[in-house]
Design a protein around this ligand. Sequence first.
Ligand code: AMP
Ligand code: ZN
Length: 465
Amino acid sequence: MLKIYNTLSRKLEEFISLESRKVGMYTCGPTVYGYTHIGHLRKYTSDDILVRVLVAYGYEVKHVMNITDVGHLTSDEDQGDDKLEKGAKERNESVWEVAKYFTDYFIKSTLALNIYPPDNLVKATDHIKEQIKLIQILEKKGFIYQTEQAIYFDVSKFPNYGKLTGQKLEEKTVGVRQDVRVDPKKKNPADFALWFFTVGHFKDHVMRWNSPWGEGFPGWHIECSAMSMEYLGNTLDIHTGGIDHIPVHHTNEIAQSEAATGEQFVRYWVHHNFLRIDQVKMSKSLKNLYTIDDIRAKGFDPLALRYLFLTAHYREELNFSWDSLQAGQTALNNLREIVRDWNSNVSEESKVSKDVSEKFLNALGEDLNTSKALAVVWEMVKSDFASGEKAATILEMDKVLGLGLSDYVGKKIEIPAEVQKLLNQREKAREEKDFEKSDELRKEIKKMGYEIEDFVNGVKVKIIS
Ligand code: AMP
Ligand code: ZN
């Protein structure tokens, strides 16, 4: 049985899809104004595990993710500056160039962690029409009002506005910051913008479109409702996001979607907790935002980061440190070396250990308990099963873990004596910090058909295919 914690009910629930064996899942994607960092990657790895677990449980998953390229404001509450325009100024590029550059960086980063691309990766700027259409429905149903600055959703018209947080509307308004520029014509501080007009503070806003109400650009929340329902229908099985999205973004998504359709918007809300660094929150000012390139530059394999993420539960905070990443790299290296010795002739399904697979899936069925699933892996690794059975079983489990073990299972490397001699010389050169010589030797080894990758705990040798 697959159980998932649902933020909406605040309970662990058995997962039952709306349509038999099919799942529609929507994930809030990145705002593409800055580099994807490893905190983001923890979140997208958790989404990826969820997709893979659903598949392992026999579901066909349609996964949709948005790219926020319209640029939303530096505060979730309709205040502050446009993040994309800020990024464009910093980089001296157009907003379109910035969005493209960071979207590509995001995709590259997720691929490095073996995160499956979503079935539909959809850009807000490509779906302005759908967003306008949704606002028109809300207009017809009497949920909106207009000021000189924007069109707002009137939260007082939507019963049970705070159902995702369990907060009452009166409590929520207290939490909204009053110190930043606000529209004095807003009726309730919790009302949120569906459409901003290019006037006042936004008069020079670069991204702008025509609408039935006047030129402007959509608010942030409306894109997720419009695009998720466009691709998945009025009711989604699963919607994911970081815990920071619960009080504003997802609360608003529910309000506008359900107000428009009169149907339940999402059946299971899944929220991921944060990655911290050395016990503090990551931030640009502390310069502790690491990207996948920083991980590589320190000699780590991006999949060591994936391994590290799997050691913690997605609803718990995880603290990143270089030591913890090193521990992940060591465990992954050990696993890779062990599976190399196993029998690679593993194509027959019958060889998969049903007991181990079941135990593994049961662990993941407990609200995606990946650390327990990893314990099942190590228990099997140390067991005395036949090596062919172990190989088949670990490959089956790796469909969920995504550690790329198929590159290692049964792939013993027989290094010819003359290559080994050069490898030893290179190791010695590295120990003596003679990097010039070490580089020369690498080139020589490459000429003989072997690629070397250096890691913190040693070298990996691959045959150039
Ligand atoms: P951003 O593009 O910076 O608004 O971030 C997009 C989403 O990534 C956030 O809303 C969070 O859900 C998630 N996120 C940001 N920082 C972290 C972090 N340190 N750990 C986990 N998730 C994060
Ligand atoms: Zn969203």
